[in-house]
Design a protein around this ligand. Sequence first.
Ligand code: DGJ
Length: 683
Amino acid sequence: MSDIYAILHSPACTAIWEVRADEAPLWRYWGPRLPDGVVPPAPLREERPEPSFSLHHDMPLNLFPGIGMGWFGAPALAAHRAGRDWTHAATQCRMETLAENTLRFHLVDAVAELAIAITARLDPASDVLTLSTTLTNTGVDVLDVNWLASACLPLPPDAQSVLSYTGRHNSEFVPVEDTLSRSGWRRENRRGLTSHDCFPGALVRCADGTAYGAQLAWSGNHIQSIDWIDDGRRQWLLGEGFAPGEIRLAPGDSITTPEVLATVSAHGMDGVSQAFHRAIRARIAWPGGAMSPRKVHLNTWEGFYFDHDLDALKELADAAATIGIERFVLDDGWFAGRDDDTSSLGDWWPDPVKYPEGLAPLAHHVTALGMEFGLWVEPEMVNPDSGLYRAHPDWALHVDGRPRLTARNQLVLDMSLPQLRDYLFHAIALLLRELPISYLKWDHNRDLTHAGNHAQYRAQVLGTYELMARLRAAFPSVEIESCAGGGGRIDAGIVAHSHRFWTSDCIDAVSRASIQRGFLRFMPPELMGSHVGACPAHSTGRMQGMAFRSGVALPGHFGVELDLRHLNEADRDELAVAIARYKALREQFHHGHVWQGDADDHILWQAHGEPHDLLLHITRIAPTSWRHAPHLRLPMLDPDRSYRVAPEQGEPREIHGSWLIQNGLPLPPMKGEAVLIHHLTAL
Ligand code: DGJ
């Protein structure tokens, strides 16, 4: 009987399906690694007698659950042909082994005339199971597709709660933990891009400490749901969200979903995050093939906003080079007529008043100082007050007869139009060819509306990916930062085209401490744009000292976003020290594993590296209410080894791993807002 099982193993995970020629593969197991050779004791249907008043044909959870043919849970597909052919159940299944860890299940629904190919790869390097689905209309009439899951995953009966993230501009990654019950759980994003308020992924905690995680590699609308099913397990569906009528497959046409990255860890949430980090790292196309140390940024936005003055910017660059900045990013405000946010998006050439000789004098000034030069763009947008809009009002997304709704005074361009993408490619390519630009900050400052008349949400995402890929192919040494009003486009899909995320427009260090923790659940620290902002913080008005601001930014991709020319000497010196500290520590912050925890009394910690060699980053975000500081318990350490625990200042101590695991690390008193770093090395 064991030949009916398809089994994939990675070092920490196992997935098992029961495969027959006349139905979709049944989900038998997805969980922590089982020993080689372990198979279910019996086919699933033999283990479960028919319950009263139930169908004689038992229909358990499978990889592609249908509708109307005995599966009463949520379907992976909702589609029809003018009201017909909406019942779905695979009638044939053929399994193909594409590689040692990659299977493709070729399903046919001979009645509804559909072909479905589901690709499943369990990556041994990351422990991430990647799933995607291709649906082909093999009938003779158009197939309307309302929903097509990228993946249907099983969760065990002891799954207790699901942690997902909400938020808004200036407040990304707000954690929401919902108890799982017999009622359904659902998160849906209809904003047209990844969004601030609905990250396309979640983590699930089980009673035994196991954790599951999944994220959709997509920068558009998405849906995920978790539903209890009749055998006590739960099904987790993730996929793109379609607008009505958006996907109409002509006979012979196909659609391939975005991928889902899913993983499970017996070591809880940190194990899940570490697997995600490995998988995300493998998806990034670094210039030259490998990540170089993440350069310290100076971004002009909060220091200058739209008020660009060439001499002042040169002075800023001089001051930046003096304290060790490595990349100078000229943000919004540089292009034709852009004096505020009411105009000019689309007119991608330098403003002739601010930059009478173009950007070359500033760019060359920056590079002559030994820094790289980066430039902000927002290609998918247009202001009605712009040359581009006046020439091509039809290039903006619109619905005939409806008002063109603006946000931040701008409209969204229809990225499905090849002539628009050509215009944008040539406008940006001209800048990249003529100037020493090695970095683009690619922004997207509003939600989508009107994606209905002719362009569609999906086409919008694919058009953007295509433009980014074309630019990357033409200028392979240029890195791209994905920004959308801060962290509105952080996802595993755009990772294939970008190298950094702008995590949030909120640079207030207390707020950032929690935003960054949510980010790190899914993405590795080297992609996390984290800047030192001004005091008071522009987004919140709160005042924080330089040591705290720079300490919170330290583990990410570090940068500075303030007018350095006006820093007092003490702050400037402290910032220079922080930059040197970042340069000394970035290799360890940006490689290896990340663990996160908290220790009550407003203390958060994260550890970076390997269990025998760790940087421990400890943040106090509010004053203590305890007489004695809590101890930090560090579960990732080796209980059989002793550790050298070295604070940045002060004498190192030797403490046994088992003591640090069970009792924890004693902490010195810390001010109300403070960061401490310890280096732990196994002896
Ligand atoms: C939103 C971004 O998040 C900011 O960093 C900045 O680039 C502005 N847009 C510029 O308009």
